[in-house]
Write a protein that binds this ligand. Structure first.
Ligand SMILES: *[C@@H]1O[C@H](CO)[C@@H](O)[C@H](O)[C@H]1NC(C)=O
Length: 489
């Protein structure tokens, strides 16, 4: 009896305390939503994207929580509503029936004592569970600390942070860099991969498992830089693809090497074999970049209907984001389907994106010097003779940003050139199809070569719609569609 009253008092206090916390969180979300509602009409629409997920206002970086719950796909993203530059991280939220048409849902997570850094989502029974990194500012060097938190929802809209957080307090080696949990289910266990580093600054990926998403057991290190693969591995993902296993991650700190690794940070993958009894990942094909464009980072995948889809941040750190003066910055790429062919991943636009095609603006020969103007969106299918040069100029009808898409048959490279030496290029050996598929939005370009052996994602900022000019010394075959809007204004 003696110990009963203090215990009861403790329970009551805990209940009151958690009610207060929930209320505080609900109030904070209501404030964010009110701010978004009030601010979004002030956004300049000139570069706003018509079929890419972008923040309603403010800043976006990594995709998070890519999942399928109660009949809808969900995607979240790193979000700072109050400015169009990075700030204390929230989770923005969009959902879709088909991975193409997206609606905006209320902000899912707002910072408490912790900032809500990247993470993933899984469906546990009837509950959509988020696992994310709590990034806390502390007063000892390096002045931050990262641990893993959970949050739950039974409607896919409102989330409550778990009272027992953190569920994974520290990395095995105590590194403060311990983030971006990606959870999946296999057999009787949940597994998670988390990005981290060694104490001498080499990126690595940690593997854990759990039966309940709360108690985690450390299993193994799936990969580790030997020095040339960067000082930190962010946003890891690990999955089976066409009979092999793929470790996908975003290393920070790789040095440029010829045409490769020219962005500040990279996203790429290692192919190998994995055994769920020994937890050993045997690397078979070394690191390769996933996308060769200027703006692609921090990918996350989902397995749905036997297909593996990926979304990336259509952006990059430490580069200008020209839309930021308009009240927003950043977007996600279109969703792509992954397949493994030989020793590489090929990446194709999600099939349902053909539902965006409206009028056919051109279908047939496009001769040297031919020009066509169109609105802010388009899908272009290009067929040329690969024994000869291809050079297509895409520019704003009223000036602004421009980009050349080129094929050089002498070195067999595809080139995406934003002018002034701002070039990305890579060798292309077509598997089968020799055509290109280009997706243009109000301020973006995604180029898929052949079956998706080579893909470029680059932001480009044309003024007043697009103008396409054939500067190739050959007649091309072009099919050009106008694409309709699939995200809210
Ligand atoms: C970091 O946070 C975890 C979880 O709250 C805690 O266990 C650990 O002591 C903290 N580390 C530092 C250095 O504050």
């Amino acid at each position: 009896m003696a110990s009963f009253w203090p215990y009861l008092a403790f329970c009551l206090l805990t209940i009151v305390d958690s009610k207060v916390t929930i209320q505080r969180q609900d109030t904070a979300i209501a404030e964010v939503e009110e701010y978004i509602e009030k601010t979004k009409s002030q956004i300049n629409q000139r570069y706003r994207l018509h079929y890419h997920v972008a923040p309603p206002v403010g800043w976006l970086n990594d995709p998070n929580g890519f999942s399928y719950y109660k009949g809808e796909y969900h995607i979240f993203y790193q979000f700072y509503p109050y400015d169009s530059v990075w700030g204390p991280m929230h989770w923005g939220h969009s959902s879709s029936p088909d991975l193409v048409n997206w609606k905006v849902l209320p902000t899912a997570l707002v910072p408490g004592n912790e900032q809500c850094f990247s993470g993933s989502a899984v469906v546990d029974g009837d509950i959509l569970t988020l696992m994310y990194t709590a990034h806390e500012i502390i007063d000892i060097d390096p002045y931050y600390n990262e641990s893993q938190y959970l949050a739950f929802s039974n409607d896919g809209v409102n989330f409550q942070k778990y009272e027992g957080n953190p569920v994974l307090p520290t990395a095995p080696n105590g590194s403060p860099d311990f983030r971006d949990p990606k959870v999946w289910r296999h057999g009787d266990f949940w597994y998670v991969v988390i990005g981290s580093k060694t104490l001498d600054e080499r990126g690595r990926v940690l593997l854990y498992r759990s039966t309940d998403l709360k108690d985690w057991e450390f299993l193994s290190i799936l990969g580790e830089s030997t020095g040339d693969l960067g000082y930190m591995w962010e946003c890891p993902d690990f999955f089976e693809l066409d009979g092999k296993y793929v470790l996908l991650m975003s290393p920070q700190g790789m040095e440029p090497e010829g045409d490769r690794y020219k962005n500040t940070f990279q996203t790429g993958y290692i192919i190998g074999s994995f055994n769920y009894d020994t937890f050993e990942f045997v690397h078979e094909v070394p690191f390769q970049e996933m996308d060769y464009g200027h703006d692609f980072y921090a990918t996350q995948t989902i397995d749905s209907d036997g297909k593996r889809y990926v979304a990336g941040w259509f952006g990059m750190w430490e580069v200008p984001h020209p839309e930021d003066v308009d009240g927003w910055a950043g977007a996600l790429t279109i969703i792509r389907e992954l397949r493994l062919v030989g020793d590489r991943i090929i990446m194709k636009p999600v099939e349902s994106i053909i539902s965006l095609r409206e009028q056919t603006l051109l279908d047939g020969e496009f001769q040297e010097g031919d020009v066509i103007d169109f609105e802010k969106t388009g899908e272009i299918l290009v067929q040329g003779n690969l024994e000869n040069k291809i050079e297509l100029l895409l520019e704003g009808r009223e000036g602004g940003g421009k980009v050349w898409l080129k094929w050089d048959p002498d070195v067999r490279k595809v080139v995406v050139d934003r002018g002034s030496g701002d070039v990305r290029q890579v060798e292309w050996n077509p598997l089968d199809s020799t055509s290109w598929r280009v997706f243009l939005d109000a301020s973006s370009l995604e180029l898929f070569c052949g079956e998706g052996e080579v893909v470029f994602s680059s932001r480009v900022y044309p003024d007043g719609g697009w103008r396409l000019t054939n500067q190739s010394p050959q007649t091309l075959n072009i099919k050009l569609y106008h694409l309709k809007r699939s995200v809210p204004v």
